[in-house]
Every structure is written in structure tokens, then in C-alpha cells.
Design a protein around this ligand. Structure first.
Ligand SMILES: O=C(O)CCC(=O)C(=O)O
Ligand SMILES: [Fe+2]
Length: 207
């Protein structure tokens, strides 16, 4: 696992692999995700309480995390009714390389952050089995990532994620609170229109 890489930076159980993807690998992954978004276009999600989220979302995989007035859940199809496209091979290779697992993720949630987008503090807890890690990939603009503990009151610390960084939330950090406070919009030239793409890879079902 994680061959030929320096050990990750550990912050509160979050493993942060700086620069896991080099510039060509980042560009290739953006091309893969653009193809995903052509098949399953980004949507503007709404929380169950009716608040619009500032990120745009789509999914690759067998099941996709969605939110609307009906709640947070995993759905077999894009809201338009089309099936989610498969997780790109390059993304699966990253998961295997970073986790050493031979079980692949079921879901690659794709978040697009435009100027001013953020993501409030939350836990990833709609999956069936928290023994599997969540792997997060940053592409594009720098993002201020806030990390806490499994207990909401535990306090937080923040760090700037850069394009190509990979974060593993596993073990004690699997149910840790986390969020994105803000971007440095325009800090990267990876995405033609600026902004940031984040992928989170999740095992959703234990079967
Ligand atoms: O954008 C990020 O770095 C985090 C995204 C996230 O926490 C999520 O999609 O659940
Ligand atoms: Fe999350």
C-alpha cells in the first residue's frame, strides 16, 4: 500500500497525502470526471430542510449519494433517471493504491465548488459499514478543510488542501466531523473556469 510515497501527515486521525497526484495525473482525472459529468450532469442539491447547497454534485458508481426534500440517501440513479456512470479506472486505481484494499468503492461522489462555495461541518454517515475508509481527492483550487473529532464538541483544526492531495478518513476519523470553510478561488489553473472538484470514494454496502 502507498508504495514509494512519504508517510502521510496525520491530523486528528485524518491521513493527508500531499501531492499524491502529479500535474499530469490530475489533468487526466479531471478529463475522466468531465466525461462522468457529461453522462450524469451536475445538479444543485437541496438539503432535506430546503436549503440550497453551494456545491454542485454528481456521482460515478453503483449508487450515488443524493439530497433533496426527501432526505439524504443513496440512490441507484441520477435524478433525471439515467444510471450513474461507472467509477473511472484511474479513480479505482487511486483507491487501491492509497488504501491497499481489494474491495472497491461503490460510490464516487463528485462535488464541484465554484467561487464562494463551501461545505458545512458534517459527518459521512449514510453508508452501511463504517469499517471502510472514505478517500477524498482534491483537484483545482486550494480549499480550507476543517477537521474535528467523532464528537461534535471536540474542537477543530484546519488545513489548506491543494490540488493532488488525498485525504483518508478511516479508523477513528471515519465518523469525524469535517467541512470546507472556503476556497482560494483562482489559485489553480487545473479547471478551465476555476474552482475545485472533490471526489469522495465510499463503500456503501457491506455485501
Ligand atoms: O470537499 C471536500 O474536501 C470534502 C467533501 C466532503 O466532505 C463530502 O463530500 O462529504
Ligand atoms: Fe464529508
Amino acid at each position: 500500500m502507498a508504495q514509494d510515497k512519504d508517510p502521510p501527515l496525520m491530523v486528528r486521525g485524518f491521513a493527508i497525502w500531499r501531492g499524491w497526484l502529479d500535474a499530469p495525473a490530475q489533468a487526466a482525472m479531471v478529463a475522466d470526471i468531465s466525461a462522468v459529468a457529461r453522462a450524469a450532469p451536475f445538479v444543485a442539491p437541496v438539503t432535506p430542510g430546503g436549503r440550497p447547497m453551494s456545491v454542485r454534485m454528481t456521482v460515478a458508481g453503483r449508487v450515488g449519494w443524493v439530497t433533496d426534500r426527501q432526505g439524504y440517501r443513496y440512490a441507484a440513479r441520477h435524478p433525471s433517471g439515467v444510471p450513474w456512470p461507472p467509477i473511472p479506472a484511474r479513480v479505482l486505481a487511486l483507491w487501491r493504491g492509497v488504501t491497499g484494499l481489494d474491495r472497491d468503492p461503490d460510490c464516487c461522489l463528485v462535488n464541484f465548488y465554484g467561487e464562494g462555495a463551501r461545505m458545512g461541518l458534517h459527518q459521512d454517515r449514510d453508508e452501511g459499514d463504517f469499517t471502510w475508509p472514505v478517500v477524498s481527492v482534491s483537484l483545482g483550487d486550494d480549499a480550507l478543510f476543517r477537521m474535528g473529532g467523532a464528537d461534535r464538541g471536540a474542537g477543530t483544526e484546519s488545513l489548506w488542501l491543494r490540488s493532488g492531495d488525498v485525504v483518508v478518513m478511516g479508523g477513528a476519523a471515519r465518523l469525524a466531523w469535517h467541512g470546507v470553510d472556503r476556497l482560494r478561488f483562482g489559485s489553480s489553473r487545473l479547471l478551465p473556469q476555476g474552482g475545485r472538484i472533490n471526489l469522495t470514494l465510499r463503500v456503501v454496502t457491506s455485501a
